[in-house]
Design a protein around this ligand. Structure first.
Ligand SMILES: [Fe+2]
Length: 225
C-alpha cells in the first residue's frame, strides 16, 4: 500500500468522523511532527498499546476492494500488570463495497456495530477444529440481544444501529453496501499479532511503499518516534 494512500485515508477518516459528529481523542490528530513535539513519556499507554490509526489493505494491495480504516481507542495487554484493561474499543470506517476478508479470532469475542451510513453486510461460518471453514454448521448469533440463525456463508444485513456479537472461532467477512458505514468494535483485549486467523493468505497489515513523506504514523509504526 502506498504511503500517499495511507496519508489520504487518515485525512479522509478525520473528515468522515466530523461528518458523523464523532469527536476523537487528541492522539487521533497527532501528525508525526506533532508526536515528536510531545512528551512521549506521558503518552506511554498509547504508544505501548498501539492505540491510534490502523489503515490496512490486508496485504492484498487493493485498498478500495479489500481494506479497512480503524482507529484503536482503547485496549489492554493480556497478562500485563501495567495494562490490565480487559476490553478494547475501535472505530471502523468501511467504504462502500470495501470488504474485510474472512477471518476469525482465537480468543477475542467482539461486537461489530453499524453506527450509521449504509448497510453493513456480514457473512458468518464456524471454523472447524483445523481452522477450516465449516460450510454445514448452522450459525446462531445475537444481534442486539435477539438470536438470529443463518446458514454458513449467508449474508446477515446489519442496518444502521444494529450490531452483532461474534464469539471466538466464528469466521466473519464484512463489507458496506449502499453507502459508507461508520462501524464500531467493542471487544475483549485485542492482539492483532497473534489472535487473528485469515482463511486466505494476505495478512493483517499492509506492506508500505514509501512514495511520499509520512504524515500520520500508523499505530504499528510508533517505534519510528
Ligand atoms: Fe474480526
Amino acid at each position: 500500500m502506498k504511503r500517499s494512500h495511507i496519508n489520504y485515508a487518515v485525512d479522509k477518516a478525520h473528515a468522515i468522523a466530523e461528518t458523523f459528529r464523532v469527536s476523537l481523542p487528541d492522539f487521533a490528530y497527532f501528525t508525526v511532527d506533532a508526536w515528536r513535539q510531545q512528551d512521549q513519556t506521558r503518552w506511554r499507554e498509547v504508544l505501548d498499546l498501539q492505540l491510534g490509526w490502523d489503515i490496512t489493505d490486508f496485504g492484498r494491495g487493493d485498498f478500495a476492494q479489500t481494506g479497512l480504516t480503524l482507529l484503536t481507542l482503547r485496549n489492554g495487554l493480556m497478562g500485563s500488570v501495567n495494562y490490565p484493561k480487559p476490553y478494547a474499543e475501535k472505530m471502523l470506517q468501511i467504504q462502500q463495497d470495501q470488504q474485510t476478508p474472512w477471518h476469525f479470532h482465537r480468543h477475542k469475542m467482539e461486537d461489530i456495530v453499524n453506527r450509521g451510513g449504509g448497510d453493513l453486510c456480514m457473512q458468518l461460518a464456524w471454523a472447524t477444529s483445523d481452522d477450516g471453514y465449516d460450510a454445514r454448521r448452522i450459525v446462531e448469533v445475537s444481534v442486539d440481544g435477539q438470536w438470529r440463525t443463518v446458514d454458513a456463508g449467508e449474508t446477515l444485513v446489519l442496518k444502521p444501529g444494529q450490531g452483532v456479537c461474534l464469539p471466538p472461532r466464528l469466521y466473519h467477512r464484512f463489507w458496506a453496501e449502499k453507502a459508507f458505514v461508520l462501524g464500531w468494535e467493542i471487544s475483549m483485549v485485542n492482539d492483532d499479532l497473534h489472535d487473528n486467523h485469515f482463511l486466505e493468505p494476505g495478512g493483517r497489515f499492509p506492506v508500505i511503499e514509501e512514495d511520499e513523506p509520512v504524515k500520520w504514523l500508523l499505530c504499528s509504526e510508533y517505534s519510528r518516534l
